[in-house]
Design a protein around this ligand. Structure first.
Ligand SMILES: NC(=O)c1ccc[n+]([C@@H]2O[C@H](COP(=O)([O-])OP(=O)(O)OC[C@H]3O[C@@H](n4cnc5c(N)ncnc54)[C@H](OP(=O)(O)O)[C@@H]3O)[C@@H](O)[C@H]2O)c1
Length: 242
């Protein structure tokens, strides 16, 4: 399995969970060095981990990364966790063009690049799981669209749309590939800060569950069978409205 943003925070916690369950884990950071540092931490726990990295927003660098990874670029599970928060004062009219571009490039184009580079082998094989790490702030309901943090909120709303659209393109799970978005909730990471209510491990729980549950198991948990249980937004192993 492979995780962007796997060098720290929620992505790293997810990688540790998969590794402890016996998976080979590819942790990607912004640079090869950050990915390798994180992989060493898992290797020291006896986990089969590989670290690498590049800027997810850089199309060519992502192609080069995939070429470098060889067979590891054909994982059965892909988690797109790499992301950045926008400036604290980034209301719509207070965001400068460079900040808008930075956040959209990493949070949205970075997820698309991840799908573009690592999705095709899954689609060809008709088997795989993709989990995009979104945020409550990107929802059109609940805590979403409450104003402020415009680049971040819009990037995550767009990640939700990208995820659902790709789920439709892959047949809503009928062709072996499940594609879902999830909200980890506020977690103690570099992004979430030290006072968040959840640990990174708690935030990663739904990632692990989505990547390891089949449609039947999902139906048991949410108690519904009459619609495709993929292409959705999840939080705490439950569906939340976009
Ligand atoms: N923490 C929260 O409270 C919270 C809440 C809701 C949603 N989320 C979402 O959860 C995801 C993970 O957040 P986190 O809290 O784990 O953040 P984090 O601890 O800051 O980790 C972010 C990860 O993204 C990587 N990254 C950043 N920019 C990148 C780029 N341009 N190219 C490639 N990788 C890049 C970082 O790489 P390096 O390690 O190399 O720097 C790091 O591994 C994000 O998508 C975030 O929006 C977080």
């Amino acid at each position: 399995m492979l995780i962007t943003g796997g060098a720290q925070g929620i992505g790293f916690a997810a990688g540790a969970a998969f590794g402890k369950a016996g998976a080979t884990v590819v942790l990607l950071g912004q640079t090869p060095a950050s990915g390798q540092r994180a992989a060493l931490l898992l290797q020291n726990q006896g986990i089969d981990a590989v670290g690498d990295g590049t800027d997810v927003a850089d199309h060519r660098a992502m192609d080069e990364l995939a070429a470098r990874l060889g067979a590891l670029a054909q994982p059965d599970i892909v988690v797109a966790s790499a992301g950045v928060m926008s400036d604290r004062m980034s209301k719509t009219l207070r965001t400068d063009p460079a900040e808008w571009k930075r956040v959209l490039d990493i949070n949205l184009t970075g997820v698309w690049n991840t799908l573009r580079v690592f999705g095709p082998p899954m689609v060809a094989r008709r088997s795989g799981r993709i989990v995009t790490v979104s945020a409550c702030l990107g929802r059109f309901t609940g805590p979403g669209t409450a104003g402020g943090l415009a680049p971040y909120r819009v990037s995550k709303a767009a990640v939700n749309a990208l995820t659902r659209n790709f789920a439709a393109e892959t047949g809503w799970g009928e062709r072996g590939v499940l594609v879902d978005a999830m909200c980890p909730n506020h977690c103690r990471t570099n992004m979430g800060g030290p006072h968040a209510e959840r640990s990174a491990e708690e935030g990663a729980d739904t990632i692990y569950w989505l990547a390891t549950s089949d449609l039947e198991q999902r139906a048991e948990v949410v108690g519904a069978r009459d619609f495709p249980l993929t292409g959705l937004l999840w939080e705490d192993r439950q569906i939340v409205p976009f």
